[in-house]
Design a protein around this ligand. Sequence first.
Ligand code: LRH
Length: 478
Amino acid sequence: FDKRAHVAIDLGAESCRVSLLQWRNEEPEVTMLHRVPNGPVEDIGHLYWPLNRILSGVEEGLRKAADAAPEGIASIGVDGWAVDYVRLSEDGKPVSAPFCYRDERTVSAKTEAETRVNAGEMFRRTGAQPLRINTAYQLIADLLAGNERETPWVLLPEYVLHWLGGRRVAEYTNATHTGLVNVESGDWCERTIELLGLSLAAVPEIVPSGSVVGKLSGALTSLPAFASTELIAPACHDTASAIASIDEPIEHTAYIVSGTWSLVGTVIEKPVCSTEAQQAGFTNQGAVSGGYCFHRNVNGMWMLKQCMEHWAAEGRVLDIAELIAQAGNVDPIPGLIDVDLPELLLAGNMSARINEALRLAGSNTIDDSAGHEPIFARVIFASLAHGYANTLRNLESLTGRTFEQIMILGGGSRNALLRKLTEKSTGLPVICGEVEGSTIGNFAVQLATREAQPGTPGFAGSVRRWAHRLGSHKEACA
Ligand code: LRH
């Protein structure tokens, strides 16, 4: 029995976390050691991620892990939000800071891409909903900006593994969100890449979830705990990682992975690439189980977080838990908004955007002055719950399934108001999954590599058993 610890790094759009798994009487115990605040940064009209800040935060977290684990660290896994990437120069360094997927450069890139391959064809080939945030459109935006077509790129979680000493790879679940993977073969869709005018020479090799991609190298290896640490690509896509933390059969359960986004769907065995699925906004993304995470990107906590940033800039600094509690007492609300409006996915002026959405819905707007913040929060949550209910109805008709319950994972699972409103609008009971689902899924995949070969049928079963053992420490849904 290998008593060494494991580290999971979870890159989130709002914060990046470093967690440690240690053994207590041969039972796994997870502690979050370090949190690095994150968020898109604007520079000369574009949105980027603060990569250097993220990397130094990750390093600090790893140093804390080495201190806390004298027994040694067997492996490190990294997951994070999908679609964003860095291009690498010949010496393996990023050629520039990574763009944030919310940057508006992909609006025209997507229009251009559709003159090369239409969205319906993209969806049928790749199973990926043609969202403008997808890597495919970002790579086209690079082309249109005159950047090197052939420059190798790597998605962000895999870049962190590469920076720590791993090979440049694209982990399967994360690769599927690029919009460039063939849904049947699970490998790059050469035809799509070619038709879009992108370069096959620039893509990383796709590897299955759980692949060892190298050994930790560099300065950190002078710490005794890191003398011989493997680098593992778990499910590098944070959503697939969160779904890997679900330890029960999911046939009659719909999930909502709730963070910046809300991913509303279920796991299916065969992809659904019909026109109806595309029109209803669903995507088929790789799951660790070998099936597909069939879901829709609904807006999420982004709207409230953006409002809070705007209020804070005006000197109205609020506590989120208190704001949610106060939102519970707001009654009635001016109306519901369509959370899918593209403007609500953009950065900045969020309270004004919400008022515009209310106006579009024919409702009164909210006076954006001190004391009215809970009304905004309540409109956001009620509208999200309404959006979830619409998505679930479509999900049932597209999959032919009837859902008996909804499991909310991620930060939103601990938002009692959102759970209550979701129960009310869907008529289904809502249960709590893991609040740090991506981290638990990340560890479950790392532990599965102790007993099964990634990419084999036994691997998924092992991941589920580990998810179960890790989840037995679940806090109550409060
Ligand atoms: C959630 C997430 C989601 C993607 C988006 C880019 O963090 O990975 O699954 O659609 O970010």
